[in-house]
Write a protein of this length. Structure first.
Length: 366
């Protein structure tokens, strides 16, 4: 789905509770459990040789073919992780898959299979679930991932989505958070802070609509950041790029909690410090424009603390710099230091500031 399609959905759905009846509404209770599963998964086809058995049996069967299996699970809860006021169901399905695939990419692995577990209240119809699964299908198609199982259940309220993703990697190519070494270069893909900027815009429009139900949102100026929030893309392309260049990162993590928090995760796991250069952090012009809309907000704050960008943050040996220096998608933003030097942000004025992040205590930051 392109940005234009994403915005069309938002324009149509923004500030109204998703009812999804469209023309007809089929109650979930009118279908048996197995008929519902068949209805939702009938379009999914097996693509990977490693998938021996998918949907339709008591368990999926996967042939690892001598590779290491990488597994990750994430849960999304309505009202906590997503707001149906401005989240189209198709986008939600796509995002639910994407954020899980990002965890596999952060291990320098390739995702192959997913299972999808959902629990929904009677507020949702069969048509609503079909729209959700349409987004799941699009993500599976785009990233060559097989849907191999899952579960559906009733919920007293709202929607719960839990996705487990299975990936594979050559054992000596797997990358963990704890492998960063002193003098390694710190790199990040894409740009940072845009997803959080998109969330700010959506929340502002939601508040305006509540105050004035006749208000018509105009998001054309902010299409990039809104799209980045509603439909993130896992950076599997970066994993493949590094493989093509013969580069195996020494550590890696995906940027889900903000640059500050995630670089601190690497440093803590690796027993090292870091210096991040503020002027090297990639920030899109659209993020700067959003910050201007909100007055005194600084773009660097969105990049450091916003989260949900799902870019890859990784460290490489200095000897590998020549292999990645010409990439427009990979940015060198700092280097690893001794642990006693701390985790620092270097400003354009060459002043060093200790990195701070939500969810970290002062003891964690030391």
């Amino acid at each position: 789905m392109g940005k234009g399609i994403a915005l069309d959905f938002v324009f149509n759905k923004l500030m109204t509770m998703i009812k999804t009846e469209d023309i007809t509404r089929t109650e979930i209770s009118s279908l048996g459990e197995f008929s519902l599963i068949n209805h939702l998964t009938k379009e999914f086809e097996i693509k990977n040789d490693s998938t021996v058995k998918g949907v339709g049996d008591d368990a999926a069967v996967i042939d690892s073919k001598g590779k290491h299996i990488v597994v990750s699970t994430d849960m999304l809860i309505e009202g906590v992780d997503f707001d149906m006021t401005y989240t189209p169901l198709r986008h939600l399905g796509y995002k639910a898959v994407a954020v899980n695939l990002s965890d596999i990419a952060a291990m320098n692995a390739i995702p192959k299979q997913i299972t999808v577990n959902i629990a929904v209240s009677n507020r949702y119809s069969v048509e609503a679930l079909s729209e959700l699964y349409a987004g799941i299908y699009l993500a599976c198609q785009r990233y060559d991932v097989d849907l191999v199982g899952g579960d559906t259940s009733a919920s007293p309220m709202g929607m719960f989505i839990s996705i487990t993703v299975v990936g594979e990697a050559i054992p000596d190519k797997l990358v963990y958070r704890n492998g960063a070494n002193v003098h390694d270069l710190i790199c990040v893909s894409g740009d940072l802070g845009s997803a959080y900027s998109g969330l700010l815009i959506l929340e502002r429009e939601k508040a305006t609509f509540k105050a004035n139900p006749n208000y018509q949102p105009d998001l054309a100026t902010f299409d990039y950041v809104v799209d980045r929030y509603l439909k993130p893309e896992p950076r599997i392309d970066i994993v493949k790029f590094l493989e093509q260049k013969g580069v195996v990162p020494t550590s890696m993590i995906d940027v889900s909690d903000g640059l500050a928090s995630d670089v601190m995760q690497i440093c803590k796991a690796s027993g090292v410090g870091c210096e991040i250069y503020e002027e090297k952090i990639p920030i899109d012009y659209a993020t700067t424009m959003v910050c201007s809309e909100f007055g005194k907000m600084l773009p660097i704050s969105n990049a450091l603390n916003g989260g949900e960008d799902y870019e890859l943050l990784f460290t490489i040996k200095q000897a590998d710099y020549e292999k990645i220096k010409d990439s427009i998608e990979v940015h060198v933003i700092g280097h690893i230091t001794e642990a006693n030097m701390g985790m620092m942000l270097v400003t354009p004025q060459n002043t060093t500031i200790q990195l701070r992040a939500q969810g970290w205590s002062e003891q964690d930051e030391e």
